[in-house]
Design a protein around this ligand. Sequence first.
Ligand code: GTP
Ligand code: MG
Length: 216
Amino acid sequence: MNSETITLERRVLAKNEDVADHNREWLGAQGIVAVNLMSSPGAGKTTLLERTIGDLAGSRAVAVIEGDQETTLDADRIKKAGCEVVQVNTGAGCHLDAEMMHSALTSLSPAPGSLILVENVGNLVCPALFDLGERSKVVIISVTEGTDKPLKYPYMFAAADLVIINKIDLLPYVDFDVERCEGYARSVNPKVRVLTVSATTGEGMSDWYEWVAEQY
Ligand SMILES: Nc1nc2c(ncn2[C@@H]2O[C@H](COP(=O)(O)OP(=O)(O)OP(=O)(O)O)[C@@H](O)[C@H]2O)c(=O)[nH]1
Ligand SMILES: [Mg+2]
């Protein structure tokens, strides 16, 4: 990488940081909590959101921002689950940025005190670099991906406030060591919280809801 590339990268990230600060200020003033969900493709972000929407619907206003390169497939699933949703298509881009978050918030116009759940583009690399102005970052890893992921994608796991290990209903059938994975996550992020869930059976989901309530 030459010095021009590095300078441009710094400028892009600095501009993103300014917009993210603006988002954070606005969200804070409205008492809105935004949570940024990141994972590799297929780890279960949308499935976790579908169940969360159903379970939290009675207790607080929830809205979803869906980030994908193409399609409205996930936004359609969220709408069907009965939740307000905005789809952001990033095209060739591999992550959401603060400007996209700002536009999505403008079009959602969430009520004060709402919970905004953001599904980022599925990969464990780019989304870690871009602050959206969210309250918290969550990384979801599923047990079919392999125990070593926190070591191989340390920036993502270092940025996380919470790691969710999903698909624990599949543990009898796959070679995945939950304790070792937790240890690897803590080796790059000593204070990170770790929860184990199955978004399909609902096991462990109450711990996730408690964690969400703690963000207020
Ligand atoms: N067995 C099992 N399957 C799950 C669980 N959670 C999600 N799945 C399945 O995993 C597949 C992918 O789930 P999605 O929720 O679409 O994953 P995603 O992270 O939103 O995927 P992208 O948006 O493409 O990145 C689907 O077939 C889900 O039914 C779980 O807890 N257990
Ligand atoms: Mg999805």
